[in-house]
Ligand binder design. Structure first.
Ligand code: SF4
Length: 571
């Protein structure tokens, strides 16, 4: 009978597979504080990964193994989450850790027009290996393109000189865009009065929902679902009910939520708490994109102020995304909030019935809630009385690109692009003439200047192969190319696809490759687009072909031309 040698004895002394090192266990305990293993919560996995990433600048697999042990998860489960998000860097044994400083230079949308890609390359050459320079997707600062994140802190109007100064410490970050309104000032202006009336029963739930319905307020994250109907649907579900607030605005060109949050956080918080009170919410989760570090601090402060405002508020958790565009999709956000990869769920069931932790969940975009206090205080007509060209309500357009005054423009629903640029943006930038525009970010398509008189609103642009989505308007001039913009957007979708379904995972990558050819293979691209639209699970894959289809439809002269003409046909 064979006997065990020393090697065998060492092997069977432990379970097979990677073991947790004592040093890693100790380091993790120090990083996560005095929490006992039993008090760690599985759904907060992403938060714990952030703690390690912030402390070490990356995620060593030894610490991931220790985290898996502490959470009683398999190491594979922790690894699959850690490796899903762009802002988390898993480093294997023996692999070099990334440099201590990561610089993300936005090279999408308005930042692409402003030379973000070339700036990233220049910085790589100038800074050498001590700083990791990445060309990144939109970081939500399109009004001051090109923008960059330096170790997580935002810098607008980025140049290599300004970035050099920030790295050297002579340009303090963050550069604040605005001073947020304090709780005292918000209250002085009548803030939290509507919430008090709801909580005291002076405003009934049914009457409040009816006012919202009369106002015509719709979900302003992109889908446009009527807000009042959503409240009613979740309220009819059994308790406990959850709420998830989506501030993961990752659609290239969108920065309105950040804009309002930086200026008036309590208006949003009051809207959120009114919704919670009317619908009967037990726990609220706020999912904020990782690119908004300053907003995270600001919101944390505002939430701390709230604690003294009233008793018996619902529990509120502020959560941090980790760089994944797809988590703007509501079911992907819910997966992420549960500590998993942000992969969209198949529906039905819908999140109103089966959402966060399997409970009925009210999911709202930041801006939808932002308007709730004013609508209820001033009456539904205050919102509904606005509008142009047969449309009703107000829209916050994030305008970027070749206009004189980019920024968030609160304008009547149905306003045309030409009116928006002329009346709200000071006209086109000097030396630029309108050529094309994206009415709804990366996924909303591209329209030519000849269609600049269409009303911009939900359900208005579908006949033209476009949609308004989150109202992220990127303006192109005759110095720009619609084809190049569409290619940039397809590369973006290919990088952001969660990979769950083949038409999206493979289709975006294949389309991006085909779109680099001097002459586009139109039949093949159309076939591919059809397959992506028909067979993708979520809106990312379904809408990804929109920019390319618009180029085929409206800018055929750019497709296949050696030297693309800047003339549009207006078809
Ligand atoms: Fe993921 Fe794309 Fe499929 Fe959406 S369409 S689930 S992003 S692979």
């Amino acid at each position: 009978m064979p006997t065990l040698d020393e090697t065998d004895r060492r092997r069977i002394a432990h379970p097979k597979g990677r073991r947790v090192e004592a040093a890693a266990r100790d380091e993790l305990a120090k990083l996560l504080g005095p929490l006992e293993a039993g008090e760690l919560r599985r759904e907060r996995l992403l938060e714990y990964l952030h703690v390690v990433q912030d402390a070490r600048g990356h995620l060593p697999v030894a610490l991931l193994a220790a985290l898996a042990e502490a959470l009683k998860l398999s190491q594979a489960e922790v690894f699959e989450v850690a490796s899903f998000y762009h802002h988390l860097d898993v480093v294997q044994d023996g692999q070099a850790a990334p440099p201590a400083t990561t610089l993300r230079v936005c090279a999408t949308g308005a930042c692409a027009l402003a030379g973000g890609q070339a700036l990233a390359q220049r910085l790589r050459d100038l800074l050498g290996p001590s700083v990791r320079v990445l060309a990144s997707p939109c970081i939500g600062r399109c009004e001051c393109a090109p923008a960059a994140l330096i170790g997580g802190e935002a810098l607008g109007n980025a140049t290599h000189e300004r970035i050099g100064a920030a790295l050297a410490g002579s340009l303090p970050l963050p550069e604040l865009a605005a001073v947020p309104m304090s709780l005292a000032e918000y209250r002085r202006q009548g803030g939290y009065q509507v919430l008090d009336e709801c909580r005291q029963g002076k405003r009934g739930a049914e009457a409040t929902i009816a006012l919202l319905e009369q106002s015509g307020l719709r979900g302003l994250g992109g889908a446009g679902f009527p807000a009042g109907r959503k409240w009613r649907a979740v309220r009819e579900q059994p308790a406990p009910r959850m709420m998830a607030v989506n501030i993961d605005e990752g659609e290239p060109g969108t920065f309105k939520d950040r804009w309002y949050l930086e200026r008036d956080p309590h208006r949003f918080l009051e809207g959120m708490l009114i919704a919670a009170s009317v619908v009967g919410i037990d726990v609220i989760y706020i999912y904020l994109r990782d690119e908004y570090a300053e907003c995270r601090r600001l919101l944390g402060h505002a939430l701390a102020e709230l604690a003294g405002l009233a008793d018996e508020l619902p529990a509120i958790e502020l959560r941090r995304g980790a760089g994944a565009y797809v988590c703007g999709e509501e079911s992907a956000m819910i997966e992420s909030l549960e500590g998993k990869r942000g992969m969209p769920r198949l529906r039905p069931p819908y999140v109103a019935a089966v959402g966060l932790f399997g409970r009925p969940t009210l999911v709202h975009n930041f801006e939808t809630l932002y308007w709730v206090p004013a609508i209820l205080r001033d009456g539904p007509q205050a919102f509904a009385s606005h509008g142009r060209h047969g449309r009703s309500g107000l829209r916050s357009f994030s305008v970027s690109g070749r206009v004189r005054q980019p920024g968030v423009k609160l304008a009547p629903a149905g306003i045309t692009l030409r009116e928006l640029v002329d009346e709200y943006c000071g006209g086109m930038a000097d030396g630029h003439e309108l050529y094309a525009y994206l009415p709804g970010g990366a996924s909303g398509g591209i329209l030519p200047a000849s269609l600049a008189d269409l009303p911009l609103d939900f359900d208005a642009l579908q006949p033209y192969g476009c949609f308004i989505g989150s109202a992220a308007v990127i303006v192109l001039s005759r110095h720009d190319s619609a084809r190049e913009m569409a290619l940039g957007m397809m590369n973006f979708f290919a990088a952001e696809s969660c990979g769950q379904c083949a038409p999206c995972r493979l289709g975006t990558a294949k389309a991006a490759q085909l779109m680099t050819a001097p002459r586009w293979d139109e039949p093949l691209l159309r076939d591919l687009a059809q397959a992506m639209t028909d067979a993708s699970i979520c809106g990312l894959g379904q809408a990804a072909p929109n920019p390319l289809l618009c180029v085929l439809k409206y800018f055929p002269h750019e497709v296949g031309a050696e030297n693309p003409s800047r003339e549009d046909t207006g078809r």
